[in-house]
Design a protein. Structure first.
Length: 399
């Protein structure tokens, strides 16, 4: 599987930003990552009064990072990849514009807060269902059953958002939280599945020398089963000891995978070391979760090891890579600003997870600095990639 394969020849829409799914959704994801984090920082430290409606403030933050930012990245990635996998055109032109507008309308209403959050969630459900049906039709049309697991995860995200709506309407805050955490673990599963597909192949083709990385299907199955079990137990508020055991199993096997996938050449390639470090942060999350019943480890550190270090870094790295590859540019020699942006994302994860773990008394300061580093990373991404996303491919091909 590759996300850099050239698109099949067809007529490209006149407006480049609507030529393929990654273009509008990566741009929207980058802008929203900045704005949502800036608003959250101001609200978190009491500088701005914000009414999240029926959501609690923490539920709103989690919802917008997952169903807003992460969902946009997933949509951009899969609308692009499914076209390569199936050879069928995914939504482009005005169809793609409508899909992006559904997502954007959801963000606007949810940012306005108050009574409008229900409207925002409804728009988000429309976006997720339309997107899921769009890629599902193409996957089933060519019987690409290998992708059914990914499609199931995306469909489950839609169901989780419907669950959020039910919880909000019925005033069941516990259901809202459960659905948001459910979506969180679904995204985590998705990046682990895609990481297994792309990290070894990207590394073998990108380090500049011949290397064959070891694979272990047995480790892959254990990691996936352990993470799914861990997520289900966490959402259902099951026994903490069971979560710790499952996290420990995931940590041991995922560490083994990372050792198998390591080669020193990644450190000269920003779009390789960033993916690798993202999976290291996921591994750190497993370790912290495994130790948490016996050590005074804040559950928020576990969550942010997965979220900021894992999901945040892997999504930024993949957006940088896919946008280069699908506009005819060299993914092995990205602009220098890409490495800087990725370093700021790593810094954000270190500030949000490792430093509060080492010096918990200064956690508010670390959180503030982490938010700033996150925002800087996405400012750099948007400034560097907006021209790329708005312009046609440099090789003149469609897409």
């Amino acid at each position: 599987m590759t996300v850099e394969q050239h698109d099949p020849d067809n007529s490209a829409p006149e407006i480049a930003i609507l030529a393929l799914g990654f273009r509008p959704f990566f741009l929207l994801a980058g802008v929203w990552a900045m704005l949502a984090m800036a608003l959250w920082g101001l609200v978190y430290f009491g500088h701005v009064a914000f009414n999240p409606g029926i959501f609690t403030l923490f539920q709103w933050h989690g919802h917008e990072m997952l169903f807003g930012y992460a969902a946009a990245v997933i949509a951009g990635f899969l609308l692009t990849s499914v076209k390569n996998w199936t050879g069928l055109q995914t939504p482009d032109g005005w169809h793609l514009a409508v899909l992006a507008l559904l997502w954007l309308a959801a963000r606007v209403f949810l940012a306005l807060g108050g009574a409008l959050v229900i409207t925002g969630v409804l728009f988000n459900i429309a976006f997720l269902l339309t997107f899921t049906l769009g890629i599902g039709q193409r996957i089933f049309a060519v019987r690409q059953w290998r992708q059914s697991g990914i499609l199931a995860v995306v469909g489950a995200l839609s169901l989780a958002e419907i669950g959020v709506l039910i919880g909000l309407v019925e005033g069941k805050g516990e259901l809202v939280s459960a659905m948001i955490y459910g979506a969180f673990y679904l995204v985590l599963v998705l990046i682990l599945v895609m990481g297994r597909r792309v990290v070894p192949s990207f590394t073998e083709r990108g380090v500049g020398y011949s290397v064959t990385l070891r694979q272990s299907p047995q480790m892959d199955r254990i990691v996936l089963a352990a993470v799914v079990g861990y997520g289900v137990n966490q959402v259902l508020l099951g026994p903490p000891l069971l979560s710790a055991v499952l996290a420990a199993a995931a940590f041991v096997c995922h560490t083994g995978r990372l050792m198998n996938w390591y080669t020193r050449g990644i450190w000269s390639r920003p779009l390789l070391w960033s993916l690798y470090l993202a999976l290291v942060f996921v591994d750190l999350g497993f370790l912290l979760a495994a130790l948490s019943p016996w050590l005074a480890i804040s559950p928020y550190l576990v969550v942010h090891a997965f979220a900021a270090g894992g999901i945040g870094l892997v999504t930024l790295s993949m957006m940088c890579r896919v946008a280069l590859g699908h506009t005819g540019r060299d993914v092995h020699n990205p602009p220098r600003v890409v490495a800087v942006a990725l370093c700021f994302m790593v810094l954000a994860a270190v500030l949000r997870v490792l430093l509060p773990l080492a010096m918990p008394a200064s956690t508010p300061q670390w959180v503030a600095l982490a938010q700033i580093a996150w925002i800087v990373a996405f400012v750099l991404f948007v400034l560097a990639y907006a021209p790329v996303l708005f312009r046609r491919r440099v090789d003149g091909k469609p897409g």
